[in-house]
Design a protein around this ligand. Sequence first.
Ligand code: F6P
Length: 360
Amino acid sequence: MNKRLGVLTGGGDAPGLNAVIRAVTRSALRRGWEVIGFLDGYSGLIENRNVVLTRNYISGLLHRGGTVLGSNNRDNPFHYPVRTETGIEYRDMSDQAVANLEKNGIDCLVAIGGDGSLAIAHELAQKGARVIGVPKTIDNDLLATDQTFGFDTAVTTATEALDKLHTTAESHHRVMILELMGRDAGWIALVSGIAGGADVILIPEIPWKLDSVIAKIKERQQEGKYFSIVVVAEGVKDPSGKFVVRQHIPTAHTKIRLGGIGPVLAELIEDASGFECRATVLGHLQRGGSPSASDRVLATRYGVMAAELAMAGQHDLMVCLKGQDIKTVPLDLVARGTRTIPPDGQLVQVARALGISLGD
Ligand code: F6P
């Protein structure tokens, strides 16, 4: 039997997943290996739903958003929902996941995912599976890599939205608030806020005060600027110190789905200052669409390196970006926490030097 790689995409999707799948598959096929793609994240591995990734299957994938393999952020093999006569039961299906790798003759699995999916990959590795991880998330919040693919595209989408909000804000002399994704990290908000010329950027890493936000908007008015642009990350807490939660999901890796701080902030600013405000929640637009050139290249570099490591017999590693180079780190590093923005770091200092208010 030919040597075989497996590939799966786990967690929320991100632009560039297809570029990784393509890069892994092309590298492997050129060396005479076969590639099997498991469908819908870990559920495809547990239920043994898969496809053979041929040259034809991966053709035309480079520029396509999403993932042709499907993904899922509720399918932890160690706590897997199984429908029974009495309802849903959660079972440990990890043995079955590992057995299916064996059954399909997979020498190494390339797991493309965020912190949750890669932590699962490491747990499977401890049960004997041979796994290489590839770091994905628009949030850019994974430890042990300087950048995840998907982030650059999300920032581009957010920046385009800011450009559009600017023109309408200016016409109507309004305060426009844009809520962006990122969970506990403010990377998308800070980077696109700088790129999009925001006046105020609120991120989870820096506590904020309503008075400071209003002071900045007033300062602009005194300068003859009768509109302002406020960017707020979804993980920013409300004035009572609580997350604004859209949904509780006890069974998922991330127990709460954030969303709604933008409209809350709009109401607070309008009530306290009388400025006319409008809020936009950009939501899943940030996850969709064609990957940027930079994400295509990063995803491709990750995919090629992951395939090379896997074919060289390495495992329980994650590929990562360190400076300009693709390197590797132990897979368990990713589960050790979140990479948030250093509040005194260069990027924050740049924003402050420009006169952007961080709300503190
Ligand atoms: O982790 C990526 C992300 O898009 C976060 O920024 C956001 O909080 C979350 O996923 C949304 O998840 P879902 O797709 O389950 O709504």
